[in-house]
Structures are given as structure tokens and as C-alpha cells.
Write a protein that binds this ligand. Structure first.
Ligand code: SF4
Length: 360
């Protein structure tokens, strides 16, 4: 069966396939010229390379994220093409059959996808065992042989997710390999969970160029993690106007900026505002939840409590404040019947004296 016959069986037309390639290359900021080359690379990869998908200390959220898309989904399309040989959650085999599949794939030129963090040292090996073996050892073994290593989600990227909270000793893939003296690049795709588009785009780039895309200081592809969420947020206009949600039950504030409810958007690099989860169905801030900063290495400990703003931050037109001083500003505004956004506008000079007088 030819490559595109395989796609036809899955109900994917060549047009849909090319649209996917075009969308993904655009997301990566690649020129249109690259589309045929990228499509060709993916076609060639339809029956290869094999993928070993390891899960350590995780909640399987990244697997859920990759699979919970429409049918036939881009994730299914690409991941099926990649021939996943070993994936504890979705593979049909179990026990010795699964172990055999892993050992067979290990002898090939495979892509290693890692979900979940690892115990950092041998003394904690008992906390994560797979098939009677420490996950830490399995990960080291697979990483040494992999042609490329992709760490997906916050846990695998930085050991930064929930299993790593409160100093459990959990580490990400790169940290573990460094401690073991293994000098290999790990492409980090954080977020809790990873977005399918991020994983697909990275794999597509790798298949096309046989190298990692441009990475930032945390080894995240710049194409997906190059801009602040705050700069692209649909609520940014309210931020600029000094309109901040303070009461979850007030329908007037429903769309207001969430910074007083703990939003970490101003210090979180991610494309969440542009590329949403579940086939672009939604993302945290659009659903009314403040950004928790899950694409940053300080997540979770460094960004909690998630729903209250503790540290100093800067409001437009007002300057540096914290939750307490903002409360004072709001109280003062209420006392004179002036909206906080008007105080912000007045303080920043955006409101003319005439406008100010009329509003008063
Ligand atoms: Fe959006 Fe959060 Fe920035 Fe407000 S603080 S504009 S909700 S990213």
C-alpha cells in the first residue's frame, strides 16, 4: 500500500494533507517554498521512523491532549505516520509483549518522546518503576540510543509539573541526562499538557531538516515559545484600560483582565493565545481561567498559588503594585465614583483633562 493510500484509508485527502503541512509550516514561520519539501519528508516518513513514547511520573495528560482531537486529526495523522512502536497507555500489547516491542524498537533509529518527569537519583528509583525496572534507567537507556529526544509537557521538559512540586526530587529529561554525563540535545515542549500542534510542528520540522528547530534558552522551539502570552491575549485591551476582574460573579467583569486573579501571562512565553487546545476549541484565559505559567520552568512551585497575585507587578498608568495596593486604588476609586480604568488612563495621561472632568 502506498503512502497516500494509507492516508485515504484514514479518510484524509491529499488536499487535507497539504493543508496540514501548509498550516504547520506557517506556524513554524517557515517560507511557503518549504511546503513541498516538508510534505515529501513526511511522506517518506509514513512508515518510519519508529517512535518510543515513554511515560514517567505524569498524569497522561499529554497523551490525552495529543489524542483528544477531531477525527481524523492532525495528531492522529502525524503520529500514525510515525509508527509508534511503544506507548504504555495506547498500545494494545501489555506485559512481555509490550516489553518485546520496546526492545525491538530500541534497535532501530527511533524518535524518543518522553512524557512525565523522572526521579533524579537512584535512591528515588522506587517511586517510578515500569515493568519492574526503574523508569530513570529506562529513560537513560533509550535517550542514549535515540536519534532525537523530544520532552513533552511541563514534567518531562523541566521536571516542573505537579510531580515535581514541593521539592520531590523529580527532574526533567535534560537535567537527568546532564547529571549522567550524556551530552544530547533535548527539545523541550512544555505546557500542561503539550498542545498537539506544537508536537506536530516540531516533528515536522525535524523530519524536514533532520535537526532541531531554533531553540530558546530553555530549549523550547522559538516558533512556539517566542512571544509572551500577555502580548497576544484577547483580554489585553482590558489590561490596557485598567479593567481587572476582581469578582468572579460580576457579569460585567467577565471578560476583564485576570491579572488580579493570578494570571501569569505577563511572564509566560507561549503561543497559547494563538493556537488553542482540542482543535482550537479553547484555552485557559478564554475559558475564564488565569494563565498558570505552565510553559515556564518555574511552574508549579514558582507560580503558585495559581489564583492569587502575590508579587509586585506593573499596571499600565499606575506603576508597580501588589494585590493589596491595587485594592487601595480600587477603594479610592470607588469612594470618588471613578473607575479604575479611568484612574489608570488619567495617571498615564491617556485621558484629557476635559474627558476626565466630564467623566467625574
Ligand atoms: Fe491576558 Fe493575563 Fe495579560 Fe490580563 S494579565 S492581558 S488576562 S495575559
Amino acid at each position: 500500500m502506498g503512502n497516500f493510500d494509507l492516508l485515504k484509508v484514514k479518510g484524509v485527502s491529499r488536499r487535507d494533507f497539504m493543508k496540514l503541512i501548509a498550516a504547520t509550516t506557517a506556524a513554524l514561520g517557515l517560507p511557503e517554498l518549504i511546503i513541498p519539501q516538508a510534505a515529501n519528508a513526511v511522506e517518506q516518513a509514513l512508515n518510519k521512523p519508529p517512535v518510543i513514547w515513554l511515560e514517567g511520573m505524569d498524569c497522561t495528560g499529554c497523551t490525552e491532549s495529543a489524542l483528544a482531537t477531531l477525527n481524523p486529526s492532525p495528531a492522529e495523522l502525524i503520529l500514525d505516520m510515525l509508527s509508534i512502536r511503544y506507548h504504555e497507555t495506547v498500545m494494545a500489547g501489555s506485559g512481555h509483549t509490550a516489553e518485546e516491542a520496546y526492545q525491538t524498537a530500541l534497535k532501530e533509529n527511533f524518535v524518543l518522546i518522553v512524557e512525565g518527569s523522572s526521579p533524579g537519583t537512584a535512591k528515588d528509583d522506587r517511586f517510578c518503576m515500569v515493568g519492574g525496572r526503574p523508569f530513570r534507567k529506562i529513560l537513560i537507556e533509550a535517550a542514549q540510543k535515540a536519534q532525537v529526544i523530544i520532552a513533552i509537557g511541563s514534567c518531562a521538559s523541566e521536571g516542573a509539573g505537579i510531580p515535581g512540586a514541593c521539592d520531590t526530587g523529580a527532574v526533567g529529561v535534560a537535567e537527568l541526562l546532564k547529571a549522567e554525563g550524556i551530552n544530547k540535545t533535548v527539545i523541550n515542549l512544555p505546557c500542561c499538557p503539550v498542545k498537539p500542534a506544537t508536537l506536530i510542528g516540531t516533528i515536522l520540522y525535524y523530519l524536514t531538516y533532520q535537526k532541531a528547530p531554533a531553540l530558546d534558552s530553555q530549549n523550547r522551539p522559538v516558533a512556539f515559545y517566542g512571544s509572551l502570552l500577555h502580548d497576544n491575549c484577547p483580554r489585553r485591551g482590558h489590561f490596557e484600560n485598567g479593567e481587572f476582574l476582581t469578582d468572579w460573579n460580576d457579569p460585567i467583569q467577565k471578560e476583564y483582565c485576570l491579572i488580579l486573579k493570578g494570571c501569569k501571562g505577563p511572564k509566560t512565553y507561549t503561543d497559547c493565545a494563538q493556537v488553542w487546545w482540542n482543535d482550537n476549541a479553547n484555552f485557559c484565559i478564554n475559558a475564564g481561567s488565569p494563565c498558570s505559567g505552565c510553559s515556564e520552568k518555574d511552574f508549579y512551585d514558582g507560580f503558585s498559588p495559581l489564583y492569587s497575585k502575590q508579587e509586585m507587578f506593573k499596571l499600565p498608568g499606575i506603576g508597580h503594585v501588589n494585590a493589596d495596593t491595587v485594592g487601595t486604588v480600587i477603594g479610592g476609586a470607588a469612594a470618588v465614583g471613578l473607575g479604575v480604568h479611568l484612574i489608570a488612563a488619567a495617571a498615564s495621561g491617556r485621558l484629557s483633562k476635559k474627558d476626565h472632568k466630564e467623566d467625574m
